[in-house]
Design a protein. Structure first.
Length: 128
């Protein structure tokens, strides 16, 4: 199971991180970044499979791909921002992590505007 491998690597990385943080803090951050990149790379196939399933369902349901693409972007921004914020927190920069999350929320709101407008327009058409 992949999760066991990832958790195992995570635990090993955590032990090395703690050891390196005491002696060479800059290497500890690099280790954290390397582990984060490894996890992201390992999950790319899973992410691609999920996106493909949703795309197939949207095509079968005759849903406008613009909306699905926008939702994928929103989800991607949320995950990437959380990923980046956690790395910043690991490095001890809570304020930078907060700014990343703030920027992601604003970008998500901007991307969501067309979907919100479409929903409101649909509601207005349904109300006599």
């Amino acid at each position: 199971m992949e999760i066991l491998q990832i958790v195992g690597l995570g635990l090993i990385s955590t032990v090395f991180y703690i050891i390196l943080k005491e002696r060479k803090g800059e290497f500890a951050i690099q280790l954290s970044l390397a582990f984060a990149a490894l996890v992201f790379i390992l999950m790319m196939d899973k992410i691609q499979a999920i996106l493909q399933v949703f795309e197939d369902l949207a095509l079968k349901a005759n849903i406008n791909m613009f909306y699905l693409t926008t939702i994928f972007k929103i989800i991607g921004i949320a995950y990437i921002a959380e990923f980046g914020a956690q790395i910043c927190r690991d490095a001890g920069t809570e304020s930078i992590a907060g700014k990343i999350e703030f920027a992601a929320k604003i970008i998500i709101m901007v991307l969501a505007i067309p979907i919100i407008v479409a929903i409101l327009e649909t509601i207005v058409r349904l109300i006599p």
